[in-house]
Design a protein around this ligand. Structure first.
Ligand code: ZN
Length: 215
């Protein structure tokens, strides 16, 4: 059991209705399917823990005699308001990876139909839910490989400045699209921010990096 991995899951929309105008099919999971999956995992002995707890275990090279999982949601969509109360009720920790730019209630990536949490909503959610933490997804949702090093640094500084004013901020950075460069990894680590990938891998005891997979 020494090498029991910790699995970190990446989700986007979990809600009752798929809305073709504002969502991609691959980023949506039906809310009942999600609840059933999470409940079944718990019945099978998997404990959902916070990202910070998971990272602490991986970094401190801890022996694990049970299975752990972590839930993370990318992009900060407004649809999260449907599932977050259920997660809170079941005391399941969750990390939201946020692009600061879209918190203003006006900005969007591709279509004005996209609905993101606003800064006020994020504030409210984190005040009422003690199991919620906030990590970084970049100022805008762009590929790290499409940015110059200076642009990446500017994006990080701006996003971290906004999010770290928040009491529930944690220094973890989920790369948009999982896309990263050697520079971005080194920069984040120098800033004591943990880079997070979406490469489908499980986490053993490897400090400084977190892998994610889809649920
Ligand atoms: Zn994303």
């Amino acid at each position: 059991m020494r090498f029991q991995p910790i699995r970190v899951y990446c989700l986007h929309h979990v809600c009752a209705e798929f809305d073709a105008e504002s969502m991609n099919r691959g980023d949506w999971m039906d809310i009942n399917e999600f609840k059933q999956k999470v409940s079944a995992m718990r019945q099978n002995g998997i404990a959902f823990i916070s990202l910070s707890d998971a990272y602490s275990q991986m970094t401190n090279d801890k022996f694990r005699n049970r299975k752990y999982a972590v839930l993370t949601f990318d992009d900060g969509y407004a649809s999260l308001k449907e599932i977050l109360p259920w997660l809170e009720e079941h005391k399941i920790p969750v990390t939201l990876f946020i692009n600061g730019k879209y918190l203003d209630g006006k900005s969007y990536r591709k279509s004005p139909k996209e609905k993101y949490l606003t800064n006020d909503e994020l504030d409210q959610l984190s005040k009422q839910n003690p199991f919620l933490t906030i990590g970084s997804h970049g100022w805008e949702h762009v590929y790290a490989t499409d940015m110059t090093n200076d642009e990446f640094v500017a994006s990080a500084e701006k996003n971290v400045a906004l999010l770290s004013s928040h009491p529930r901020y944690i220094p973890f950075w989920a790369y948009a699209y999982g896309d990263h460069t050697q520079f971005s990894d080194t920069y984040l680590r120098n800033q004591h921010i943990v880079p997070i990938y979406i490469d489908g891998m499980k986490n053993y005891n490897e400090p400084n990096v977190i892998h994610r997979e889809l649920l």
